[in-house]
Design a protein around this ligand. Sequence first.
Ligand code: GAR
Length: 207
Amino acid sequence: MLRVAVLVSGGGTNLQAIIDAVQSGKITNTSIEVVISNNKNAYALERAKKNNIQNVCISPKDFETRTEFNEALLSELDKYNPDLIVLAGCMVVLPESLIKKYPNRIINIHPALIPSFCGTGYYGLHVHEKVLERGVKLTGATVHFVDEGTDTGPIIMQKAVEVKYGDTPEELQKRVMEQAEWVIMPEVINLIANGRVEVIDGIVKIS
Ligand code: GAR
């Protein structure tokens, strides 16, 4: 059984896609052990509660220093002994100590096709605003392993989505979520849970 911890910050639609996929059997061999949010008002926490999943808020605002927050986050995660940490719309910068502790065991969903429209400052709706400003015709989503950089870790899966003329950032975000994010995130977790994902010299091989 793959023990998963999900880190969230907001609405939690990706978390919901994961929960649904576990319940419907699209994801096998997996248990969601805990949902951790840095934001106490995140609707993602409600989703966890509704599904009887342990949930907790650990906010940098509740600690005097970033180091104390980092330590609290690490020790909370340790309690659940996770095999995989899933960043599902998690907007906090993870401590380096956490990334070092879980090499190729943390995955993130990014709402664009890496290496375009990613890196520092590219998150949430802002990514779609930038995509529309540039006028690209294809965008999408990427699931990747997390390393010390921002959106630089090995790419596991990507799915392209069409950009339509006149899209608003919100319309594009919705299409990217529906057609790409909610599809590839559960798919990747299932592949990892079933031992089908390897990283060879920084490149992901799916068997
Ligand atoms: C998603 O679109 C996700 O790709 C994005 O935040 C949204 C969270 O939505 N993540 C990032 O931008 C990370 N760089 P959700 O809370 O409904 O899953």
